[in-house]
Design a protein around this ligand. Structure first.
Ligand SMILES: C[S@@+](CC[C@H](N)C(=O)[O-])C[C@H]1O[C@@H](n2cnc3c(N)ncnc32)[C@H](O)[C@@H]1O
Length: 300
């Protein structure tokens, strides 16, 4: 799992200089030398590369994810896109979900695994799940949810999620849970979701940074949730972006913010804070849990 501090500005400006400066003549860019490698994981899930047994039609790589100490014998195979991204993709739709699995997604996945009973008999939708939708995949693998819908607005992310679903379906890890992946852009794609049955839970990790998308994300959650349903949103406070989202969301949902939602995550957070390297910063890296509850429709 790789971690990068994300800043579109620095990615794009350095990429520009790579290309315009003639250092890179290909139409793809390797992000590793230009991105600042920072905190990348709370080490809640174990992952090891799968070296054989999996089709490798590109330089995407497969990894087995397990949850040490988890109640179920979970083994999920996850396909990760290469670090090298095409020049086009940087200027196409938001590409941040194809860079790595961000710590908020890892924490969301871990939280869902620990609380998998709450999903029994329910319909779940993940929004902005990136190239893996790891949390939604974990829900489908570890719970008795009836339906899991995995979504992101980036078509390359969704293609990758299709690979993951197909591969793990063939491994028979989803039991009776119906699982699908599709491209869903907040706000703009709601018309195409009219036919979808509403969801009991929405999951979302690290999707609050984009100022222009916040109200669309809120509208999408509101549109997709059943009355009485709940969204579990994990994200760092990151430069007030969390608070700005919370302010907007408070006009639509009953909101609660939980800082200490899990002892293991909190312990790992405190350990990392105490390390003197300064790589880990609470504001940038510690995922807060925001619960958005949609009130029941008033009875006539
Ligand atoms: C920082 S990434 C997080 C991905 C993943 N949840 C994780 O934490 O690893 C933000 C994700 O939001 C998606 N996104 C951003 N704006 C969106 C929009 N308007 N509609 C749908 N998805 C969007 C991006 O494609 C990206 O996958």
């Amino acid at each position: 799992m790789l971690g990068y501090e994300y800043s579109f500005h620095s990615l794009i400006s350095v990429s520009y200089s790579q290309v315009l400066g003639g250092k890179k003549k290909t139409n793809s860019l390797n992000l590793s030398p230009v991105s600042v490698r920072r905190f990348n994981s709370f080490s809640l899930l174990k992952n090891k590369p799968i070296v054989d047994n999996v089709p490798s039609e590109t330089d995407a790589t497969w990894h087995e994810y397990t949850c040490p100490g988890g109640s179920k014998n979970l083994s999920i195979n996850i396909r990760l896109l290469p670090k090298e991204v095409s020049f086009d993709s940087i200027f196409g739709f938001n590409n941040t979900g194809n860079v790595c699995i961000w710590p908020s997604e890892e924490v969301l996945a871990y939280y869902c695994l620990k609380h998998s009973n709450m999903f029994s008999g329910k319909r779940i939708c993940e929004l902005g799940g990136g190239m893996t939708c790891l949390a939604g995949i974990c829900v489908a693998a570890a719970s008795n949810a009836t339906h899991v819908q995995l979504t992101d607005g980036n078509e390359n992310s969704v293609k990758n999620v299709h690979h993951i679903v197909k591969h793990n379906r063939a491994r028979n890890i989803f039991g009776n849970t119906d699982i699908h992946a599709r491209c869903l852009r907040w706000g703009t794609d709601l018309d195409s979701c009219k036919h979808l049955e509403k969801f009991d839970y929405i999951l979302s990790a690290d999707c609050l940074f984009f100022e222009e998308g916040r109200m669309d994300l809120i509208d999408t959650i509101d549109f997709l949730l059943k009355p009485g349903g709940e969204a579990l949103v994990f994200a760092p406070t990151r430069k007030n972006s969390f608070n700005e989202f919370l302010q907007l969301a408070s006009s639509v949902f009953f909101c609660s913010v939980v800082e200490k939602y899990d002892d293991v995550v909190w312990k790992s957070h405190l350990e990392m804070l105490s390390q003197s390297s300064g790589v880990y910063e609470k504001d940038l890296h510690y995922p807060m849990l925001l619960l958005l509850q949609k009130t029941e429709a008033p009875t006539e």
